[in-house]
Design a protein around this ligand. Structure first.
Ligand code: C5P
Length: 409
């Protein structure tokens, strides 16, 4: 998984710095090229020499001291990295990173980098829970920085509480997970979520049971993988993830269509998880309908199929659809895949226990063009979202390698 990946580890001045030696060693053994940069305070806990022996590369501390190895060290280190891991991350580091302070090699490198950042805070519980630290973490998360929650337990300062650096195996698993999710930095992904509502009159509507959870999780997973995410949402009670580029709330299928078409040309992929109403009321009443007669007939007209329209317009975009079915799941889903010109479709039986609308889990299959089927066991919508995003990333990566524009590079 980590073969030839370039990982830059930043070590700041916490007692847990010693644990990061094992992190560096494990990452190296998994095939990664590992470089280490340290703050001066970190060198009080562990010697750069230890990291040099483990990684086989020079460890960098001084802003101006290591010119023999790199021309402009902070830029070169930032360029080298496929991802940057900061472990342990002190409260002081979090404050500097959140506010763009660059007063040593490590913080300057962070500022000079647009690479994905994973940080593992570790400190005394009160420092961690201090509103200043929490606020700084919030700022960093809102910019798409991945934060590995500290573990609870006995701390070096003699207290017990939250603030321990997770074990090396756990940190390495988070690094692997990051690469498994694929790197979508520089990619623009459009996600639709929730259900559309179709007005009957000013107070009533026709809706469906979609909670929006699957789509919101996909938006989050794509943002975590570094993409610029546009989330277009129908009805949903959920809070939108805070690291989106654009968030648009719509009501009807026609509004969703207009919002999607506005962005379609500029995006690399569309994941259409919204439950779009197939029909709308032909003539919604301008005033509230009174209950005067025993029966009421509503005339419905077909809504445009947004995804099918995208399938016709598509140039290089990766297109992903959903098929929520109650019977013949794979059969119906395969037909939609072809009809709508999709790259893959996520099919699920919404009547199965632990799947479908409103639940936090799902049981899904992914069907590709060519008919390959992947059947997933029951898993959280968060995990399924990561799997979907991972596959989109792979398709986009394959596109890039084979696109004519790259032949001469
Ligand atoms: O045909 P069906 O509605 O089952 O297809 C589901 C897929 O098509 C979903 O990805 C859904 O978001 C999309 N869809 C759409 N416009 C519609 C109906 C469904 O884009 N009017």
């Amino acid at each position: 998984m980590l073969d030839k990946k370039n990982i830059l580890i930043g070590v700041t001045g916490g007692i847990a710095a010693y644990k990061v030696v094992e992190v560096a060693s494990r990452l190296k053994k998994s095939g990664a090229n590992v470089r280490v940069m340290m703050t001066l305070a970190a060198t009080e806990f562990i010697s750069p020499r230890t990291f040099e022996e483990i990684t086989g590369n020079a460890a960098f501390v001084e802003m101006f001291g290591d010119a023999a190895h790199f021309h402009v060290a902070h830029v070169a280190l930032a360029d080298f990295a496929d991802m940057i891991l900061i472990a342990p991350a002190t409260a002081n580091f979090l404050a500097k990173a959140a506010h763009g302070i660059a007063d040593d090699l490590l913080t300057t490198t962070i500022l000079a980098s647009d690479k994905p950042l994973l940080i593992a805070p570790s400190m005394n519980t009160k420092m961690f829970l201090n509103p200043a630290t929490q606020e700084n973490l919030k700022i960093l998360k809102s910019r798409g920085v991945k934060v590995l929650e500290p573990a609870s337990g006995e701390l070096a300062c003699g207290t017990v509480g939250k603030g321990r650096l997770p074990e090396p195996a756990e940190i390495c698993a988070a690094v692997e997970k990051f690469f498994a999710a694929g790197n979508l930095s520089g990619k623009k992904i459009l996600v639709t979520a929730g259900g559309t509502v179709e007005a009957i009159d000013p107070v009533r509507y026709i809706g469906n049971r979609s909670s929006g959870r699957m789509g919101y999780e996909i938006a989050k997973a794509a943002a975590n993988a570094g993409a610029e995410v546009i989330l277009i949402s129908g009805k949903s009670e959920l809070e939108p993830p805070n690291d989106l580029k654009i968030f648009v709330k719509v009501e009807s299928a026609l509004e969703m269509r207009a919002a999607v078409l506005k962005e379609f040309d500029s995006v690399d992929a569309v994941i259409m998880s919204a439950a779009v109403a197939d029909y709308r009321v032909k003539n919604p009443a301008a005033q509230k309908i009174k209950k005067s007669s025993d029966t009421l007939t509503l005339e419905l007209v077909k809504n445009p199929d947004i995804l099918k329209e995208l399938g016709g317009l598509k140039k290089n975009q990766v297109l992903v659809g959903f098929a929520a079915e109650t019977q013949n799941v794979l059969d119906y889903a395969s037909k939609k895949l072809v009809e709508k010109n999709l790259d893959f479709i996520v099919a699920n039986d919404v009547t199965a226990a632990g799947a479908g609308f409103g639940t936090s889990t799902n049981i899904a299959s992914i069907i590709r063009r060519g008919g390959q089927v992947e059947n997933f066991p029951k898993m959280s919508k968060t995990e399924l979202a990561e799997k979907i995003v991972e596959r989109v990333a792979k398709l986009l990566d394959a596109d890039k390698k084979f696109s004519p524009a790259n032949v001469n590079q």
